[in-house]
Design a protein around this ligand. Sequence first.
Ligand code: SAH
Length: 364
Amino acid sequence: MSQALRFQGNVIHRPPMKPKKISFYSLNLLELQNLFESHSLPPSGPALLYNWHYKKKQTTPCLTDLAKVSINFIRDHFDFYLPEIEMVKESSDKTVKFLLKFRDDLKVEAVLIPFNHKYTLCLSSQVGCAMKCSFCYTGTQGLKRHLETEEIVGQFITAQRWLSHHRSGDDKILNIVFMGQGEPLHNFDAVKKACEIFLDRRGTGLAPHKITISTAGYLPGLERWKKELPKINIAVSLHSTIKEKRDKLIPINQRYPIDEVVKFAQQIPEGRTRFVTYEYLLIKNFNDSEEDAHATGKFLQNSNAYISLIPFNPFPGASYERPLMSEVEHFKSILDTYKVPTLIRKTKGDEILAACGQLNTKMN
Ligand code: SAH
């Protein structure tokens, strides 16, 4: 059995019903170009389509500049199906949480996190998650299935359309973080292709540093990231450098110890000055002591690390607690002595359970 499969827990609920047509949102530009070429269609079509749907954000079919033969081909062979918005919740700080339903009725959440009129979109990569981290609401569901590329891109398009209807014209998505449901590196192929679509300058045109993939430390996926997506930012969920504690928080630490994970994450492509983000979840009386802070500072000093401290976000049935803000600040002050740049992540959207680790498809 492959390693990936061994993590899947109560896998595969029901496979998505395969549409007869090809989803437009499933193809990177090269694949679209190859498809056009194999059907002897005018080669200008793919870039025009990318420009129309991704750059100009048009919702109707591209009928203007496209050759008649291409229009007919698109009509007969493509669909533009998007996930349905089952529910939307807006919090007073303008965070927006979507519950999105796919063709097979399985659901995920996507969250728009505001910074003035700009948004970071937090995407899901799987329905549920196989990692079973003890502090994470999503982990309580187990893995139902991986998302397809078009389901990841579909979250983006759906959130973007919602913004254009409900917020001012200036509001736009500037960053993407794979910090929603699922372990993105465990669904590498679909996440990679979605990133290729987001990055293409003829479409959405996001810069690689505007996309961050967060991982629990799934080493086989990190190995692929280093070879295939090295320009995309990586964030590692660290949460403890002490083995017994990290094993308890993130069970895959037993198979892929943090030392090996960090060694990989630090292999930044030459000629680039970039930081790897380490997320450190602070849980009261578990990993928030001075000893924990010193161990973390020693572990990350003199490396290209940047620490994002996340006070634990509670969810129904959670057995952990969030430390006081003064305790979080004290932890940071110890890290500061090791000269590791550290920020305390401001909790947004927690009144609608949209903050990190609070995502579950019940939308309570
Ligand atoms: N599987 C990936 C991405 C999903 S979670 C990963 O593990 O990184 C995104 C971030 O939220 C991770 O750092 C995760 O550890 C953190 N997180 C999960 N549950 C949380 C909770 N209850 N409170 C605060 N952060 C949490």
